[in-house]
Write a protein that binds this ligand. Structure first.
Ligand SMILES: [Zn+2]
Length: 158
């Protein structure tokens, strides 16, 4: 059902230290979190560990001030890192969100995540996108962090 969702994860690549993906925001959808006032409070409720995140591109007022006014894929980056942490990955892993609309197209971002286990990181991107999409659709009841974490832990190698 690509196209009906706000966020889609495309063109995943695995590098030596990072996984990266193109994250596309559906045409016509706002790109930044202030357009979705219920989103960050909902994310904060279901993933309280986000309070421990630091952000290299971040606001001096802390992670939630940053997420309250940022690009949707940057929020996804932090959601994915938190899911990875809940699935046992080190909290020292960092992510990055960048974009080059001239090269990639409007609304296309490049999200990368350092990883300890590439499959966990890739899974976290996909689980994170599904969670953000569900919240954007007002379907918070379908979000089950414990199940998402269990699925990620199950793909961990070794
Ligand atoms: Zn950040």
């Amino acid at each position: 059902m690509r196209g009906s969702r706000a966020l889609s994860v495309e063109q995943v690549t695995v590098g030596a230290e990072r996984v990266s993906a193109l994250v596309r925001i559906a045409e016509g959808r706002p790109l930044r979190t202030p357009a979705y006032p219920d989103l960050v409070p909902a994310v904060r409720t279901i993933l309280p560990g986000l309070a421990r995140h630091r952000c290299d591109s971040g606001s001096a007022h802390g992670i939630f001030a940053e997420l309250d006014d940022t690009e949707l894929p940057h929020l996804l980056e932090h959601v994915a890192l938190e899911l990875m942490a809940l699935a046992g990955s080190p909290r020292s892993l960092r992510g990055d969100t960048a974009w080059d609309f001239a090269a990639d197209g409007h609304g296309v971002f490049r999200v990368s995540l350092e990883y300890d286990d590439d499959l966990v990181a890739l899974g976290a991107l996909r689980e994170g996108a599904a969670i953000v999409n569900a919240l954007l659709e007002g379907d918070a009841d379908s979000v089950d962090i414990a199940s998402a974490t269990a699925r990620l832990s199950a793909v961990r190698q070794g």
